[in-house]
Ligand binder design. Sequence first.
Ligand SMILES: Cc1cc2nc3c(=O)[nH]c(=O)nc-3n(C[C@H](O)[C@H](O)[C@H](O)COP(=O)(O)OP(=O)(O)OC[C@H]3O[C@@H](n4cnc5c(N)ncnc54)[C@H](O)[C@@H]3O)c2cc1C
Length: 383
Amino acid sequence: MRLLYTDKHPMFEARNIGCYDNVALRADTAGGCTHIDISFRSSPRRPYFCTMELLKNVSIAEFTSFKIGGKADYFCRARSVDELKEALAFARRHSLPIFILGGGTNMLLSDDGFRGVVVKIELHGVKWGEASVVAAGENWDSFVAETVARGLWGLENLSGIPGTVGAAPVQNIGAYGVEIAEVLEWVEALDMRTGEIKQLSNADCAFAYRDSIFKKQEGKNFIITRVAFRLQKDGAPNLQYKDLAEYFSSGGAPTLQQIRRAVLEIRARKFPDLKTHGTAGSFFKNPIISKEKFEELKKRFPGLSGFPVPSGVKVPLAWILDKICGLKGFEQDNTALWKDQPLVLVNKGGASASAVSALADNIAHIVKEKTGIEIEREVNFLC
Ligand SMILES: Cc1cc2nc3c(=O)[nH]c(=O)nc-3n(C[C@H](O)[C@H](O)[C@H](O)COP(=O)(O)OP(=O)(O)OC[C@H]3O[C@@H](n4cnc5c(N)ncnc54)[C@H](O)[C@@H]3O)c2cc1C
């Protein structure tokens, strides 16, 4: 079916979607989805300055690295801030909830799907200067590779993390002794409540371990559109993390390229290949416990290591799952704890979201029973 309607045709409630005159709609049904193209003319001299394609009844699993989950009622791609605003206006007019999707590498979507609008952020562009300013839809690792190629220090230890630049501040991504909070200058975001673009400083983002304002109620109204980083021409290697220190133990200061290569090699040994296994990476955060609790556990389990942080001691959950709980490689209903890194839960093929959730609950229960520690999920659950 292909239909073309112009102006405010009541069939598609064009007036409810945008506030412009001269609205054009095109609907197209193919493969079980209805595509609705909405175009706006602001004036005869600026034809079609904004277009947004809305898809109905779309399977979202293919947009996630877990490859799990049902359909969303609506799906669209935001390739500009104007398209993002159109998507928000559509959701508001129809009183639908909205979910902002990046690369889908840190989420688990319910088997029942999402009764609202999923907006995939596809804003692109990088501006290189004193600060490197990157649009939210850029691929994180491609950006890191480019910083390394340009001889800019700061992000090399964060090589190989999947996903988009816009999602990186949400959980303050970190790896191999570095978090983006250390080099992030500001975040630009669209405030869903007012439609205004705001700039948040590093301090405004309230970064903490795998946490930021964007995970809290007051920050959930922000859609990140651009991120600025201050990178160094004359940086120094950060090799404090054990795996990297061991990799370069033969001496000499490694170059940026050597560090990136080392990180990618180490990660390849630990994480499953996303082409063969569905996963969202580490499913849980490493727990932060009190000093007293750490000392009590250390007596019972002398091999347990701990890393002091301002709020207590951070302990490695992967070690606890392996050495204390004996769960490495454990399988249940097409899901498993990855054999080389038990913090990573995998979809072995055909797993459901409820099966992953049941495995996660089971793990949390065993950890609590064996150590008294309550663990917290890192992965975002969308239902
Ligand atoms: C194999 C593997 C390894 C990983 N390794 C690491 C690691 O070493 N360190 C680490 O920290 N993480 C790691 N992760 C987790 C994941 O890659 C990161 O959290 C990444 O930043 C998620 O990006 P994304 O674009 O896929 O986000 P999504 O999964 O699409 O979204 C994650 C959350 O961010 C929100 N969001 C996305 N974009 C925006 C935006 N523009 N504005 C506002 N909110 C937004 C979403 O609504 C959602 O709540 C790993 C994941 C996998 C699969």
